[in-house]
Design a binder for this molecule. Sequence first.
Ligand code: ADP
Length: 202
Amino acid sequence: MSGLFIGPWYIDEAFTKRHPSSAARLIDRTSRARYSALMVKAVFPGSFDPPTFGHLNIIERARGIFEELHVIVAVNRQKSGLFSPEERLALLKELLSPYPDITVHLCDRLIVEFARDLGCKVLIRGVRSVPDFSYEFELSIMNKGLDPGIETIFLPTDPRYFVLRSSAIKELASFRGDLSGMVPKNVAAALRSRFGEEAKSK
Ligand code: ADP
């Protein structure tokens, strides 16, 4: 006969028949403890140069799944962005300040190590297209090799945002294109002032 051990109790058919409410309570408590131990915290790393409505949509949806979300600005010292990592951090902090369950960090070491130190077992990545998926898939295999205890979860883009890409938005901003519908107001203002400064210095 199959059953399961929960602490000192062995829950099988006979136990369930004799103590139906205790069996239900024990099983429910165990599955909830298991669920919260596994699903509480997640990290969402990226360059966010700059943050877009595509990123914010992934963040919003991840909030609906995880109790705690850590958004991480990954510093790449080999690649200089349009905005410094500190500027990206400030933009995200401003955008995410209404949410007590979200913390924004800067990280200039391995994301999996950072996630592990935060006690996060899930790494979230957004996917817009098949080329995105193939890149993200390889990255997830590499991260799995670095820390098998951390799982990558892919969230497909919302169709409203699937063309949004930080690189294309920077290009559009450099030609003074209309950015509404692509980035939040603070990001649009930062882009306008960055390209305004560049034009003045030429
Ligand atoms: P990275 O440089 O690490 O790829 P990005 O800042 O470009 O970081 O993006 C961070 C994450 O957000 C990536 O997983 C990326 O695929 C995802 N992402 C970016 N834009 C969108 C979007 N429009 N829809 C869904 N996911 C997106």
